[in-house]
Unconditional design. Structure first.
Length: 202
């Protein structure tokens, strides 16, 4: 079988990068290499730089994952830690283990945020599915109606907060799950959920 023409391969690389950019996940050079099974990162880099030279991609120097579509503004990003998983269901032990990092938009105070991978089905009514990543802003107080990550003793959960006459209630967004009404002295808020990420190719 003959080799794929260079132009055809470059078109495939462009489509891959374009689709990743549209999904909010700009790829690294190594991810391009792995996707197309190039023998070295240099081959992937040559295709990417060729697309830049052709005007099909733009590149922001000194920025990781800095490729973008021409005509779109450069989006400076910061990376926040993905700190394992949080149950969305009954209370369960919190599992904190650094899995990697996720990008957030410039202007947000990345030092005050972290990501968690959701495990469970109790928040499906709020559009948070098992396997999604929630971006959490660290804060110890929240308002009624906020979706929060809370610790009850040594166990964690993601739920919608309701405050009623000095009582803390943690409500699911799925009728199969009962509200959690802990002793207020045992509850500690880790933060408020401000964003949900879903990757279809996980």
């Amino acid at each position: 079988m003959g080799r794929t023409p260079a132009g055809e391969t470059r078109n495939k690389v462009f489509r891959f990068v374009r689709d990743r950019l549209h999904s909010g996940r700009p790829p690294t050079v190594r991810e391009v290499q792995e996707e197309f099974r190039f023998l070295s990162p240099q081959t992937a880099r040559e295709h990417l730089e060729g697309l830049v030279a052709d005007g099909r991609l733009a590149k922001d120097p000194w920025v990781a994952r800095g490729y973008r579509l021409p005509g779109t503004e450069a989006a400076s990003t910061s990376m926040v830690p993905l700190l394992g998983r949080v149950p969305a269901g009954p209370l369960d032990a919190a599992v904190e283990e650094l899995e990697g990092y996720v990008p957030v938009q410039a202007g947000r105070r990345a030092a005050e945020m972290f990501g968690l991978r959701v495990h469970g089905e109790s928040m499906t009514g709020a559009g948070i599915l098992s396997g999604d990543i929630v971006i959490v802003r660290c804060q110890v107080r929240a308002e009624t109606g906020d979706i929060v990550v809370a610790m009850v003793g040594d166990e964690a959960t993601v739920k919608r907060l309701k405050l009623r006459r000095g009582r803390v209630e943690l409500h699911a967004e799925n009728p199969r799950f009962e509200p959690i009404v802990p002793d207020p002295k045992e509850v500690r808020l880790l933060g408020k959920v401000i964003e949900v990420r879903r990757y279809l190719d996980r």
